[in-house]
Design a protein around this ligand. Sequence first.
Ligand SMILES: [Zn+2]
Length: 303
Amino acid sequence: MRLRILGTAAGGGLPQWNCACPGCARARAAGPRAWRTQECLAVSVSPGAWYLVNASPDVRTQILAAPGLAPPDGTRHTPLRGVLLTDGELDHTTGLLALREGAALDLYAPPAVLAALDGPFPLRTLLAPYGSARWHALRSGPGEDALLLDGGRLRVTPVPVSDKRPRYAAGSDAPGPWAVAYRFDDVATGAAALYAPSLARWPDGLDAALAGVSCLILDGTFWSEDEMDRATGGRGSGARTMGHLPVDGPEGTLVRLRGRSGVRCFYTHLNNTNPLADPSSAERAVLAGTPVEVPSDGTEIEL
Ligand SMILES: [Zn+2]
């Protein structure tokens, strides 16, 4: 199984176009090699067939930077077979507008997300005249079959992680889950990975879904619960309220990852305020001696 972490930033990327906070200023001064595009993953278990998880607004540059995602010489065929959405957030879905030309893609999302993309954000209506999208509702939970892709070799199991709606769908009464993680199993080799870019809490079922997984790519949006408040001088926008379990603290994700020997763990979806984005930060040094890494855009993992 090959995983390519196409983008590693939360919505807006790093630096954000309209921000000069310490994190954005550092990245801007360091130049494009220090920049992070918005969160997106590509996964493959056989040559020439890739699936995206989420489609960020940066998806065009992310695909162009990935040699494995280029069309073979002299063709208009793409190795991209489909896209799995973890949720309906704008920074995870608007890239689909950039993928409208040509390729016939299979698109998978939880039913609530499909409803939102038919309603308050009518992406499905917008894409319909281009004729390239086949939408599939992906149900999760006990009794639901896993999805088999790539001729049955790639097994995809959605794991419900939260009922947080995108802001544009705040009024929706569609039943959740509104956000899922995905477990990927290479049926041929037994390799397994789990991708959870949005995690408001450590949900029931997540530990069970991690059994046998050797690569875990997790929500690293915020280092601390009050990071946004300190960055903006605001009050009340705690990390968990915004749908993201912080890295640090007794309830954070790092304590759950520390002891996982033999599992490579990566933080993704880093917010511009997260000091982990700075390789020289004291917070980054805390990860030394743990199985957790902070990947750059374009990091490839082979399992
Ligand atoms: Zn900033």
